[in-house]
Every structure is written in C-alpha cells, then in structure tokens.
Design a protein around this ligand. Structure first.
Ligand code: 5GP
Ligand code: ZN
Length: 108
C-alpha cells in the first residue's frame, strides 16, 4: 500500500486542512514554502496521467476550497503535480502541491 493510502487509512498521522467524501488536503511533511499543502483523492490513482477527467473536475472545486481556507486567493499560489520519474514524482498516488504564503521562486 502506498504512503498516502496509509495516511487515508489513519495508519500515518497527518495535519488535515480539509476533507470530504472524495478528497483529503493535508500539510506536507517537508514544506517548500510557508504554505505547502498536499491534495489527494481518496481512491488510489497512480498519477495525473491516468486520472479520469470527472475526478479532476471534482478535485478542482475541492482545491479552490482549500485555497480559500489557507487564505491564498488574494495573493496567489501555485499548483504542481509531478508525473513519473522525469517529473520527479516520489509518491505514486496522484497529488497536487498547493504552495503559497510568500512570493515563490520562478521555475518556468
Ligand atoms: P512528489 O515528489 O511525489 O511530488 O511529492 C511527494 C511529497 O510528499 C513530498 O513533498 C513529501 O514531503 C511529501 N510526503 C512524503 N511522505 C509524507 C508523509 O508521510 N506525510 C506528509 N504529510 N507528507 C509526506
Ligand atoms: Zn495510494
């Protein structure tokens, strides 16, 4: 079982920001910005590359709620999903990184 599925089962503790029947948002254990949240679906999906558009649509609304809760909507934020080895994906359970709370470095 992957590490995020273990978090979803409660086997590994997390600092939850928001949860509903389909998604969980929690603080990254190794934050790369003042605000660094991970957002995952409750079903195991390997990566964005194999995620159904319907789930992506539902996840969009959930991520927007998370952005509201952590109060980054006015100042802006960044969403990242790493895909596969070249994308630098370490945990093979689709997740979005929500980064904010400060001016972020430019990567593109
Ligand atoms: P990836 O490199 O796969 O895009 O990102 C994986 C992220 O998961 C990393 O930012 C890492 O800090 C985070 N992470 C790994 N294990 C845990 C954990 O047990 N708890 C939490 N909260 N974050 C984790
Ligand atoms: Zn999983």
């Amino acid at each position: 079982m992957c590490i995020f599925c273990k978090i979803l089962k409660g086997e590994i503790p997390n600092k939850t920001i928001l949860e509903d029947e389909n998604f969980l948002a929690f603080e990254d254990i190794n934050p790369q910005a003042k605000i660094h949240i991970l957002i995952i679906p409750k079903i195991h999906i390997d990566s964005f590359d194999v995620m159904a558009p319907k789930i992506m649509g539902e996840m969009t609304s959930f991520i927007q709620k998370v952005a509201s809760i952590v109060d980054v909507k006015n100042d802006g934020y960044r969403l990242i999903t790493n895909i596969g080895n070249n994308g630098g994906q370490e945990v093979k359970h689709i997740h979005f990184h929500l980064l904010g709370g400060e001016k972020l470095g430019t990567i593109l």
